[in-house]
Design a protein around this ligand. Structure first.
Ligand SMILES: Nc1ncnc2c1ncn2[C@@H]1O[C@H](COP(=O)(O)OP(=O)(O)OP(=O)(O)O)[C@@H](O)[C@H]1O
Length: 315
């Protein structure tokens, strides 16, 4: 269990985390989402004592991280996979960590197997790919068989098999009753992995709810409609908040009206409809809606350069 109360972090004039309170409960996967610079890594660093809060408090399993006599056995964290840049092999790195907590070599071998590091365990960590580094970071997090696991962007750099493995791992750990707290920018993956979400923007909590509630509350309902008269149906539905997109000559995607309302409009206008499929809002849609005002670093589409005027210039 992780409990944060009025937790803040300021770096000079910059408030990275602005008085947030939340609880990450055991037995479920809690996803931690937010735009770039929202304060996720800072929050995670404070949980494991790598940064001191400027205000408020955060405890893991009832104590501050530093108060645990064997922290690796309480909390396992993957925060910055790149932090492990060493001339040691993965095996020796894990053995050195294990030695600080009296963890036997059998557990080192176990986590190497679990994370698929077997074939490279004796190789120098400095030469690892991003994905192998992530796997080693996860192995370090699991070494002490901790009750609470914190993973910052664990699927970053992993191949599809690795992404699926992290998903099963996170769900498996939660099913064993552990507390699992993970961040990711991959919305589709988060939708498959997390049971509960905490969303932050500009250092403040914007949502803290079960994933199903976030999807229901923030994604607009969309419906796929096949009709032989799309123009007439769109006219019949014309109203505030209803928008439509024609995907094929007889296929529309309608946003802002549910199937019943569309069927009623079609019946009243004697318009033939031969498919009405409600589409679930994606987590990405819901997330974008939640965070539109909280994005600090906006992307901009580059202006189109006129054809043949040297789009390659300046490279
Ligand atoms: N050591 C530091 N010194 C100064 N500012 C910092 C420091 N660490 C983080 N910040 C700032 O605090 C804010 C929050 O950063 P943080 O890394 O926690 O965000 P994040 O949500 O993890 O972002 P991302 O998704 O990009 O990893 C950012 O504006 C960042 O620039």
């Amino acid at each position: 269990m992780i409990e944060a109360v009025d937790l803040s972090k300021r770096y000079g004039a910059k408030t990275a985390v602005d008085g947030i309170s939340f609880t990450v409960k055991p037995g479920r996967v809690t996803g931690f989402l937010g735009p770039n610079g929202a304060g996720k890594s800072t929050t995670m660093r404070m949980i494991v004592g790598l940064d001191n809060p400027s205000g408020g408090d955060v405890r893991v399993n009832g104590k501050h991280y530093a108060q645990h006599s064997a922290p690796l056995r309480e909390v396992g964290a993957l925060l910055d996979a790149k932090a492990v840049h060493t001339k040691r092999s993965a095996y020796n790195h894990l053995r050195a960590m294990a030695a600080t907590h009296g963890i036997p070599n059998s557990r080192v071998r176990e986590v190497i197997e679990m994370t698929g590091l077997g074939p490279v365990a004796k190789k120098r960590v400095g030469g690892f790919s991003l994905g192998m580094g992530q796997r080693l970071g996860i192995a370090c997090a699991l070494l002490g068989d901790p009750h609470t696991v914190i993973l910052d962007e664990p699927v970053n750099g992993l191949d599809p098999e690795g992404v699926q493995w992290v998903r099963h791992l996170a769900k498996g750990l939660a099913a064993e009753g552990r507390t699992v707290f993970l961040s990711s920018h991959l919305m589709s993956e988060m939708a498959l992995t997390a049971d509960h979400l905490i969303v932050i923007g500009r250092g403040r909590i914007i949502a803290d709810a079960p994933i199903s509630e976030i999807l229901d509350g923030h994604g607009q309902s969309r419906t796929r409609v096949r009709t032989d008269n799309p123009a007439e149906l769109v006219r019949a539905l014309a109203a505030d908040g209803v928008t439509s997109q024609q995907l094929e000559p007889e296929l529309l995607e309608i946003t802002g009206a549910d199937s019943r309302r569309i069927a009623e409009a079609a019946l009243a206008g004697r318009i033939l409809v031969y498919e009405l499929t409600p589409l679930q809002a994606s987590l990405e849609d819901a997330y974008m809606q939640l965070t539109t005002d909280e994005v600090e670093y906006h992307s901009h589409t580059l202006p189109q350069s006129p054809a043949g005027t040297g789009a390659e210039e300046g490279r």
